[in-house]
Design a protein around this ligand. Sequence first.
Ligand code: FAD
Length: 387
Amino acid sequence: MQEHDVIIIGGGPGGLSTALHLVRDFPDFLPRILILEKAHYPRPKLCAGGLVIDAEIILQRLGLDVSEVPHVDADNIHFDFEARGLKISIPHRHALRVIRRDEFDNWLAGKAKGRGIEIREGVKVKKITPEADNVRIETDQETFCARVVVGADGSNGVTRRSVFPNALVHTARALEVLTPTTPKAIGSGRRREGAYFDFFPVHTNIAGYVWNFPTQLHGEPMRCWGIYDTNMLANEKRPQLKAPLASEMARFGYNLEDYEIKGHPIRWFSPQNQMSVPRVLLVGDAAGADPFLGEGISIALGYGALAALEIGEAFQQNEFSFNGYRNRVLRSALGQVLIARWFIAHVVYPLKWKWFQILVWRILKPIVVLIAWIFVLNWGKRMPSTP
Ligand SMILES: Cc1cc2nc3c(=O)[nH]c(=O)nc-3n(C[C@H](O)[C@H](O)[C@H](O)COP(=O)(O)OP(=O)(O)OC[C@H]3O[C@@H](n4cnc5c(N)ncnc54)[C@H](O)[C@@H]3O)c2cc1C
């Protein structure tokens, strides 16, 4: 049985960020970390790839420049109700950078490997069993043993299911479609650079929005469309997601039926979510993504910074209960933004009447922009940088 100090299960943004922060903050961990990733990079990951400013800040603080990854920048973000609403732009920079996840995760994994972090690809973890002095990790190949395990294996991850088999899980649904860009889709002039969120499906019991981002595939300009539903308003009969997505695409001259639709769940954050047991921590979607927008890349990168501090201190004190991890997350800038977004989701979605949505997105614009600036964005620079 192979023994390690820290085994990270999953090499997406959450797992890679945890490893990169650990070796930055506690360099002697370098030979003591192993990442187990079930796929081989570059591997597909269903995601619209929108990176908010906080993702870039966290990466910069790790000495990484995400502009090395192929990307398309959106100059502004529109939050609309039925195609009209408010526009957010950030002076002298893009509002949203859009990457493809196969390229981004491959790049980030390459940076981790470049810093000497060992990643074992093609190893699927089957079961995690915390024991008194270590954690047993059974995979489709061999069994590993670690003093600490980080569950960074996403929304459907085996780590969370192994350590919290009966926990209540809040899961959103998301569908995504990629289309070529046509003149009708991109409009003219600056509209081409916009990323759009439209909350028109809310009054039909879909607690979410339809999105439309610029993106690229192998250098060709494309549009990424999708629909997100927290399931907060769903009773036993969940509303169909395809119809509102089809109607949004039809507005731009696309027929949804002509394209491949893919879906994936997103596990979202609630202040009650459990995040650790002795010797095991969760990060990223395994711990909980943003409930309001389903944004999870910057969030996963942020969890990594906090998990690294928690692990470094645990080894220094030889105390692995991780009792304080959830509080560390909730008290951090990341936790505060997650709580704020959880609260916003619980206000904006249940108050689903048209007049309320029009009030929020079209009439209360300055207040909403201020709330977004304070509570939704700009948390990355308030994260701890080094211990
Ligand atoms: C349709 C859709 C659109 C989205 N759009 C956006 C967006 O525009 N912007 C944004 O910020 N977020 C977006 N998200 C959310 C974002 O994709 C996730 O929040 C983010 O990927 C979470 O990162 P993570 O590292 O926690 O998990 P993941 O990215 O899911 O990584 C988990 C890793 O673990 C590996 N793994 C899983 N199980 C095992 C196992 N048993 N053994 C070994 N390895 C395993 C997987 O292969 C994967 O590499 C979107 C999600 C969806 C579904």
